[in-house]
Design a binder for this molecule. Structure first.
Ligand code: PRP
Ligand code: URA
Length: 209
């Protein structure tokens, strides 16, 4: 699929299967999401541009690669996207963070914004939007719309689980934004839940059901 990378690393797949188990504890669910966040950060940053900089070792001066350009921005979609954030920041501790508060209206499944806070120079940076679930894609599309309205042009989207319907809708709405996911499941049910999925990611993370 054009612009979509399925991260089939065995560690990611193993941890995702553990997360799907309906009897998995809240603590364990959160821990696994954090660990997968770290592994996905490794994948989504694999092709970041490098530049040669001078470094002086104990033996001599030499030119060696470092990541080029301004620091990344991680943009978790609240609430469940926050579950990825610590893991991603463990790998990229200097990243900036933009919080995007959205919830799905349970009747219409449209995304409703309740919070947005991004670095003032966000338009000059690469922004990695994160949310464990890409279901109808309404939330992901709204988040990217919002960032583009702020002038951001260099965007990536990372999720844990996607529905084929969500992938199709997102890549049509934002063909310039590549997607990384650990799995593409079977379909969406009548309530907009991913099947087989893992249920409501936010509720399972925070024990709110
Ligand atoms: C969930 C999930 C995504 C969204 C995905 O959030 O974390 O943000 O649904 O669904 P979509 O692709 O159909 O938009 P929810 O609205 O339940 O909020 P929460 O994270 O606060 O629980
Ligand atoms: N949001 C979730 O948390 N889970 C789904 O399956 C769909 C949307």
């Amino acid at each position: 699929m054009q612009g979509v990378t399925v991260v089939d690393h065995p560690l990611v797949q193993h941890k995702l299967t553990l997360m799907r188990d309906k009897d998995r504890s809240t603590t364990n669910f959160r821990q696994l999401l954090n660990e997968i966040g770290m592994l996905l950060a490794y994948e989504v940053t694999r092709d970041l541009p490098l530049e040669l900089v001078e470094v002086e070792t104990p033996l001599e001066k030499t030119m060696k690669p470092m990541i080029a350009g301004k620091k990344l921005v991680f943009a978790p979609i609240l609430r469940a996207g926050v579950g990825f954030l610590d893991g991603m920041l463990t790998l990229v501790p200097s990243a900036r963070v933009a919080h995007i508060g959205l919830y799905r209206d349970p009747e219409t499944l449209t995304a409703v914004e309740y919070y947005f806070k991004a670095p003032s120079d966000v338009a000059e940076r690469m922004v990695i939007v994160m949310d464990p679930m890409l279901a109808t894609a309404n939330s992901a599309i709204a988040a990217v719309d919002r960032l583009k309205a702020r002038g951001v042009t260099d965007l990536r989207f990372v999720c844990l689980l996607a529905a084929p319907e969500g992938i199709a809708k997102f890549t049509t709405a934002h063909p310039d934004v590549p997607v990384w996911t650990a799995a593409i499941d079977s379909h969406l049910n009548d309530h907009g839940y991913i099947v087989p999925g893992l249920g409501d990611a936010g509720d399972r993370m925070y024990g709110t059901k």
